[in-house]
Design a protein around this ligand. Structure first.
Ligand SMILES: NC(=O)c1ccc[n+]([C@@H]2O[C@H](COP(=O)([O-])OP(=O)(O)OC[C@H]3O[C@@H](n4cnc5c(N)ncnc54)[C@H](O)[C@@H]3O)[C@@H](O)[C@H]2O)c1
Length: 390
C-alpha cells in the first residue's frame, strides 16, 4: 500500500459532510484537502469546524493536488456538479442517488469512461461487516440456492423530528427514493441485478404535521405516494417482495429475509454496517452469524433513539482511492449505482402505470471484501472513531 494519502475535495457542506470528513480522518489512504459549497459561508464554517481547507468551487476544481472530488450536494444538483468534477479531470464519488434520472446517470458514466475517470457512489454500507458476512455465507452456499425473500422498511416518516420535512412528501421524495438505495444496493451485492418488477403505491395521509422546530404544527400537503409494495425478480430467478412505507406506526418485520433451498438468512439493517445477521439450517433454530472477522463492524455512533450502531460512511471513497492506485475495479461503482437508480425509479413508474417494468441496465456484483482482504484493503482506515457522528 502506498504511504501517501490521496487528496480529496468535497463539494457540498451540509449535514452529511461531517460524517465524510470524520471518516476521512480515520483513514491513512485519503486526506481532505479542501471543502467548497455554493454557499461559501457554509464551506468556510465547515472547514474551520472540521480543521480542513476551504476553497471556492472553482479553486477546488483547479487544484492539481486533488484526485477525487466527493459530491455531497442535493440530489437535483448531483448530475451537474459531478459532470463539472469530471470536466476538471478528477474522479467523482457522489452521495446517493447518483442522479435523478437514468438518462443523466448513463450520460455521466459515458462521459467519465471517455476520459478514463472513475465514478463512485454511495451507499457503501454493503462493504461493512454485516453485509459482507451475509455475502460470504450466501456465496458458500450455506442456505443453498436463493429462491426468494422479503425486504421492508416501514415507519411513520420524518415529519415528527425533521424541522423542514416538506421535500420528503413532494414529487422526488417518498420512502423508495430516500431509503431504497440502501436496500436495493445490499440486495444487488448479495444476489446480482434485478431483471423485472411490478409495484403498487398509495398515500396513507393527505397531510402531515411538522413535529419540531420553528414550523412545529404547520401542515404539509402530501404530494407523493408514501407506501409502496413491489415484486422484484432478479436475474438469478429469485423473487423478492419489497414494502416501503411512511404510513406504519409499529411492525415486527425484518429489514431483509432471504429464503434458500437449505435454510433462511436474516440480513440486518442496510443503513448500517455492524448489526448481527442470523441464519437457519432448514427449519432449525436461528443461529447468530459471527461478523467479527470482517472489517467495519464496530459500533461508533449513537442514534437519537439511543441505539448504538456502526457507521463507517466514506469507506467507499477509501476503496475507490485504493482501487485507482492498484488499477482494480472499485466496489461502490457508478454501474452499481445506475442499476440501483433504475430499479428505484422503475418502482415508481410501475405503480403509476400499473405495468411490469423490465430493467435495462445490468451490473456485476462488487468484489467481496473477504476477511483475508481486510488488512490489505482497508488496513489503516479501520481505526476507532475519533468522536460520535451526530
Ligand atoms: N443527511 C443525511 O443523513 C444523509 C444520509 C445519507 C445520504 N445523504 C445524501 O447526501 C446528500 C446531501 O445531503 P445533506 O443532508 O448533507 O444535504 P444538505 O441540504 O444538508 O446539504 C447539501 C449542501 O449542498 C450545497 N449545494 C446545493 N447545490 C449545490 C451546488 N450546485 N453546488 C455546490 N453546492 C451545492 C448546499 O448549499 C448544501 O450546503 C444528498 O444526496 C442526500 O441524499 C444524506
Amino acid at each position: 500500500m502506498s504511504a501517501s494519502p490521496m487528496n480529496v475535495g468535497i463539494i457540498g457542506c451540509g449535514v452529511i459532510s461531517t460524517a465524510y470528513i470524520r471518516g476521512a480522518t480515520r483513514s491513512s489512504h485519503i486526506r481532505v484537502q479542501s471543502v467548497a459549497d455554493i454557499r461559501e459561508d457554509a464551506a468556510r464554517s465547515q472547514a474551520s469546524a472540521m480543521g480542513v481547507g476551504y476553497a471556492t468551487i472553482d479553486e477546488l476544481l483547479a487544484d492539481p493536488s486533488i484526485e477525487i472530488v466527493i459530491n455531497l450536494t442535493v440530489p437535483n444538483a448531483h448530475a451537474d456538479v459531478s459532470r463539472r468534477i469530471l470536466e476538471a479531470g478528477k474522479h467523482v464519488y457522489s452521495e446517493k442517488p447518483l442522479t435523478v434520472s437514468v438518462e443523466q446517470a448513463q450520460a455521466l458514466l459515458h462521459f467519465a469512461a471517455e476520459r478514463g475517470l472513475r465514478v463512485g457512489c454511495a451507499p457503501d454500507t454493503f462493504l461493512g461487516a454485516s453485509h459482507q458476512a451475509c455475502r460470504a455465507l450466501l456465496d458458500e452456499g450455506r442456505i443453498g440456492k436463493v429462491l426468494g425473500g422479503a425486504a421492508s422498511f416501514l415507519s411513520r416518516g420524518m415529519e415528527a423530528w425533521h424541522p423542514n420535512p416538506d421535500f420528503f412528501f413532494k414529487p422526488g421524495g417518498g420512502p423508495v427514493l430516500d431509503l431504497g438505495p440502501y436496500y436495493i444496493t445490499v440486495l444487488v451485492n448479495l444476489l446480482g441485478p434485478v431483471r423485472t418488477l411490478t409495484a403498487t403505491a398509495s398515500t396513507g395521509y393527505p397531510t402531515r404535521r411538522i413535529g419540531s422546530g420553528d414550523r412545529a404544527d404547520e401542515e404539509i400537503i402530501v404530494e407523493t405516494p408514501t407506501s409502496y409494495s413491489a415484486l422484484l425478480t432478479f436475474e438469478s430467478g429469485a423473487r423478492f417482495t419489497l414494502d416501503a412505507s411512511w404510513d406504519v406506526w409499529k411492525h415486527q418485520r425484518s429489514p431483509i429475509e432471504i429464503y434458500g433451498t437449505e435454510g433462511s438468512l436474516l440480513v440486518p439493517d442496510p443503513n448500517f454496517f455492524g448489526d448481527e445477521p442470523k441464519v437457519s439450517k432448514r427449519a432449525e433454530e436461528w443461529q447468530a452469524v459471527d461478523i467479527s472477522a470482517f472489517a467495519f463492524g464496530e459500533r461508533n455512533r449513537t442514534l437519537r433513539t439511543g441505539r448504538e450502531v456502526a457507521d463507517h460512511r466514506s469507506i467507499g471513497v477509501v476503496d475507490m482511492a485504493l482501487a485507482i492506485k492498484d488499477a482494480r475495479p472499485h466496489r461502490a461503482s457508478g454501474e452499481l449505482a445506475l442499476h440501483v437508480l433504475e430499479v428505484l425509479l422503475a418502482i415508481g413508474r410501475s405503480a403509476r402505470e400499473s405495468q411490469v417494468v423490465e430493467i435495462g441496465s445490468r451490473c456485476e456484483r462488487p468484489i467481496p471484501v473477504s476477511p483475508g482482504d481486510n488488512e490489505l484493503v482497508f488496513e489503516a482506515s479501520n481505526q476507532p472513531h475519533p468522536g460520535k457522528v451526530a
